[in-house]
Design a protein around this ligand. Structure first.
Ligand code: GTP
Ligand code: MG
Length: 590
């Protein structure tokens, strides 16, 4: 089966054309008949050999019903755009076209109807010119009359060509069915209908709504009972389960455990200033949002109701007041909260190069540590991490469901070294740190990841992470180190000069030995601080307004450029500071 939605200005002849194509009237309500106006979505179909059944979702054109119109075109892959020959380009034609463009709909037909009333040429030329500026540029066009039947045969042929050129959706895809009608039928109970875009639904299946799980007792397509249906299809499902009472026409039904219902997401929106509370439309539903700009075209949205969303989902944002619309592509359906000052800015930098496609390597890099099951639920193909050839270059370590980005894993190993050397200094009698304490200190979400992280000489002995070897330093070196420690007391960032180090007998070789033993922090040639200086530095720098400049950092640390520059670079590497493109920094990883 194939599904096409109509679009076009009120009273331009959409429903008449659907009736002429299918033999059934999409306007079924008494009020629709009386007013000669579509109010609800209408559903009719025709059998068009050789492509089989083609269902039409007929939308209302009246401006008051724009939400209904959007719920009709939302889940449908192609559009029949209708313009009246005797009534040139009108406001709702423009509004519908803007919405289709924002949603990125590129497949369709343009029919100029009521061509029995006047020469369709001018209306055709105008509509073509308007479409030229949108995602529907270049679609086939036809002049028809719903009344006399002129051009209908050609329109049918174009419909056949159109649907046979549409990609066949994957029947194995996870199901996401946006409900567009919900009603009770005596004897059957609750029935919902919708356009199944991809995947398969069978009798007996379980589906999730966010409010609970439901069972498909039976289903129909085009009013015929069937055992199963696969997208694209119009389906009616008879559902049972305790959550049926909470179903309505804004519900969405999904394959259990395959999606995340989320109420916070980052999107890339088309240009133009967004209002602070646009409506978000996706599939057949819409939801109130709060929009927080992150950068010119990047926005964090908070939804009034959680929806199952994935990376790359195309949504529409609409300002009900001005009737303006924006296309918005979901970049991250499960972003971290923006807690710290400067976090929004850092997030914008993160997402700057995101093109809206879910790429495993990039998702792991962006998230650091993440569950594969979570990536799968947001639409990332994780098959590269499974099976024989499971070494993905961006995955540094993996433990069970968890993976950690390769760059972050290196950083964590360096932080672990620092952590252990600090710990050994503060607690010389304890041997190493408990695995759980390491996980906590490194912000690792699973103990298994600590085990996966350690590499010789670091190991886990009796549940404690410890450095295997302990270097004993010669007495004269111990005396020199004690002297350095004394001089750095109170002014931990006034690193001794190279001359002073030489006086103390600390040359490149002994400094290297002391640093390896975790007794000195070596920041580069001839610059040493005490181990643990990172901790003091981050604490002092966190008192600065964020983000801060190098020179503010130098002043706060009461240090010199010679020390501050390599120290900041070291903190960046450890993820204790984050460097922005303008060379300022914030405390904390990105
Ligand atoms: N002469 C003529 N009249 C037509 C033709 N198509 C539609 N009409 C008339 O135009 C009016 C509107 O037609 P509809 O099909 O209801 O228009 P619509 O686009 O579905 O309107 P909405 O659903 O309210 O947006 C009706 O009075 C139809 O009889 C046509 O090809 N020729
Ligand atoms: Mg109509």
């Amino acid at each position: 089966m194939h599904v096409i939605a109509t679009a076009g200005h009120v009273d331009h002849g959409k429903s008449t054309l659907v009736k002429a194509l299918t033999g059934s009237d999409p306007d079924r309500l008494e009020e629709e008949q009386r007013r000669g106006l579509s109010i609800e979505l209408g559903y009719c179909w025709a059998s068009l050999p050789p492509v089989g059944e083609v269902a039409f979702v007929d939308v209302p054109g009246h401006e008051r019903f724009i939400s209904t119109m959007l719920s009709g075109v939302g889940p449908v892959p192609a559009v029949l755009f209708v313009v009246a020959a005797d009534d040139p380009w009108m406001p709702q034609a423009a509004e519908h076209l803007a919405a289709l463009d924002a949603l990125g709909v590129s497949r369709g037909l343009l029919a100029v109807t009521r061509s029995d009333l006047t020469d369709p040429g001018p209306a055709l030329a105008r509509a073509r010119a308007e479409l030229e500026r949108t995602s529907l540029r270049g679609i086939p066009t036809v002049a028809v009359s719903g009344r006399t039947g002129t051009g209908l045969e050609r329109l049918r042929n174009l419909v056949v060509d159109l649907v046979s050129s549409l990609p066949t959706p994957d029947p194995e895809s996870d199901v996401r069915l946006w409900v567009d009608r919900c009603f009770h039928m005596r004897g059957a109970g609750t029935v919902v209908t919708g356009t199944l875009a991809a995947g398969r639904i069978s009798a007996g299946d379980l589906l999730e709504t966010g409010a609970g799980t439901l069972r498909v007792r039976g289903l129909q397509t085009l009013e015929e009972p069937v055992r199963s249906a696969q997208g694209v299809a119009r389906v009616a499902l008879n559902l049972t389960g305790s959550a049926v009472d909470r179903l309505d026409r804004s519900s969405v039904l999904v394959t259990p455990d395959a999606w995340v219902f989320t109420d916070t997401l980052d999107v890339r929106a088309s240009t133009g200033r967004l209002p602070s509370a646009p409506l978000l439309h996706i599939g057949a539903t819409s939801v109130a949002t709060h929009a927080r700009p992150l950068a010119d075209d990047l926005v964090r949205l908070r939804l009034a109701r959680a929806l199952p969303l994935r990376v790359g989902d195309r949504t529409l944002l609409r300002d009900p007041g001005s009737r303006q619309v924006w296309g918005a592509t979901v970049l991250d359906p499960v972003p971290e909260p923006l807690r710290r000052r400067g976090a929004a800015q850092a997030r914008a930098v993160d997402l700057a190069s995101h093109d809206g496609s879910p790429d495993l390597g990039k998702e792991v890099r962006r998230r650091g540590a993440v569950r594969l099951s979570k990536l799968r639920r947001i639409g990332v193909d994780i098959s590269a991490t499974r099976g024989a050839d499971a070494d993905h270059p961006d995955v540094g370590i993996s433990a069970g469901d968890w993976v950690v980005d390769a760059g972050l894993a290196d950083q964590l190993r360096r932080r672990l070294e620092m952590l252990l050397s600090n710990h050994d200094q503060q607690m010389p009698l304890e041997r190493g740190m408990p695995v759980a304490a390491v996980a906590k200190a490194l912000d690792l979400p699973s103990l298994d990841l600590v085990h996966a992280l350690v590499r010789p000489p670091v190991g886990v002995v009796d549940g404690r992470v410890t450095v295997a070897r302990n270097v004993v330093l010669p007495a004269h070196l111990e005396r020199a180190l004690a002297e350095v420690a004394r001089e750095l007391e109170g002014e931990p960032f006034s690193a001794p000069t190279t001359d002073r180090l030489r006086e103390l007998g600390l040359d490149a070789r002994t400094v290297a030995a002391a640093s390896k033993a975790g007794r000195l922090l070596r920041l580069g040639d001839g610059i040493v601080l005490l181990p643990g200086a990172e901790k003091v530095a981050t604490s002092w720098l966190s008192e600065l307004p964020q983000p801060f400049t190098t020179s503010q950092a130098r002043i706060r640390l009461r240090s010199s450029r010679r020390v501050t520059l390599p120290l900041l670079a070291h903190l960046d590497r450890l993820g204790l500071t984050h460097r922005l493109p303008d060379d300022r920094r914030t405390i904390g990883a990105r």
